[in-house]
Design a protein around this ligand. Sequence first.
Ligand SMILES: NC(=O)c1ccc[n+]([C@@H]2O[C@H](COP(=O)([O-])OP(=O)(O)OC[C@H]3O[C@@H](n4cnc5c(N)ncnc54)[C@H](OP(=O)(O)O)[C@@H]3O)[C@@H](O)[C@H]2O)c1
Length: 294
Amino acid sequence: MSIPIKKLKTGLELPVLGLGTWAMGGRNEPDPNNDDLKDIGAIKSALNSGITAIDTAEVYAAGQAEKFVGQAILGQDRKKLFISSKAQQTHLNYQDIKKAALASLKRLGTDYLDLYYLHRYPGEEKIGECMKALDELADEGLIKHLGISNFNLEHTKQAQDLARHPIEATQVHYSVRFREPEKSGLLEYCQANDIFLVAWRPLGMGSLTRGKTDLDSEPLIQKLCGKYKKTPAQIAINWLVMQPNVVTLTKTSNQEHLKENLGALDWAMAPEDVKKLQTDFSHQENISDTIPLA
Ligand SMILES: NC(=O)c1ccc[n+]([C@@H]2O[C@H](COP(=O)([O-])OP(=O)(O)OC[C@H]3O[C@@H](n4cnc5c(N)ncnc54)[C@H](OP(=O)(O)O)[C@@H]3O)[C@@H](O)[C@H]2O)c1
């Protein structure tokens, strides 16, 4: 299928759903018991099913996830892909970001990244040099677009003030259950300032899917599943992508899950239902660190 696209005024286009790669190959280190071929096969299947955006990070399984992406995209038309990666927390200074970006390119087997994020806010003292490093990587054509991740609203504005190139994407935790970007005003700010809000963990690491307690006991989700003839995961994804400037990423190494997630895209939730989920979903959470970040 062809994934719907959203476009910023800057011209940047992003598919509303991309493939995440957190936990492919392991978590913080490569896992010797991981089924590597299954993960590489899952990325290939996603590409064959119409996914063009793949999100990864140098920290995912210590570079292993990037290598998997590199293997999966071999032979693909690079221009049709949108590959994003991130500089990890321990590399958030001028020199190390430059080196980290080159190392990611090598593992991915590509000569540019479509989008490169700072994975975390580096702190008041380092943010200037980090933005300078991203600007220079963009000048050199090694990255096409600048992104930030897990920045609050104040730090987002600070990064924008310091960068010469526009910041076109911020990747943050946002789901029907986790609403911090609404409460903090970040979502509204992105919508008013031409920035993509890339929602990570849209399915709560699988906890917002069929048969899971949160949704089984949520009458509103059940009602919407009945009305649209969709599953809870499809409701959770569609609700995100119906909102202006919001796109999302799901990680799956499972064919059936991939099919289900793609089935979230070819229909539209009515605006009143989007609003209703915003106000009436009863299983909201305030903190995201009950489950590990990625
Ligand atoms: N910037 C950041 O700090 C940050 C933080 C977290 C995530 N991310 C990015 O965002 C991506 C998505 O977030 P995430 O991976 O944390 O969470 P997620 O996509 O909400 O959930 C992924 C988990 O849900 C399962 N799953 C996927 N689709 C399913 C379905 N239809 N039914 C049942 N289970 C399903 C997957 O298992 P199976 O493989 O078995 O399907 C996997 O265990 C990441 O992979 C990463 O690229 C970024």
